[in-house]
Unconditional design. Structure first.
Length: 104
């Protein structure tokens, strides 16, 4: 195997490891991932979205932040993950009723 190819494999392995470790750390901190994850946009709008670590095509990843469409304010903005435990019952109900398009 050439040195160049080996280096590429090491980089790919590092990226996968970083995603895996980041996901475990986030889950330990109380964040959850899946098809209905509560998020808050920069304008304070709450809604739910699909958030699968390392498997998104419709948004730009920035760790716990990402750029995507906010269905509440109808704008493209920076959204961040919200811990389920940080939401009030009213907020949780609002989130359940506001989900963006079901395409990861
Ligand atoms: Zn918004």
């Amino acid at each position: 195997m050439s040195t160049k190819r080996k280096r590429r494999l090491v980089i790919a392995g590092g990226v996968i490891t970083a995603y895996a470790v980041g996901t475990v750390i986030a889950q330990r901190r109380g964040y959850r991932f899946g098809s209905s994850v509560p998020v808050r946009c920069r304008s304070g709008h709450l809604f739910s979205t699909i958030w699968i670590p390392g498997a998104s095509v419709k948004s730009l990843r920035l760790g716990m932040w990402r750029v995507q469409w906010c269905p509440v304010g109808r704008h493209v903005t920076l959204v961040s993950l919200v811990k389920d435990a940080d939401l009030t019952d009213a907020e949780r109900a609002f989130v359940a009723g506001h989900h963006d398009v079901r395409v990861p």
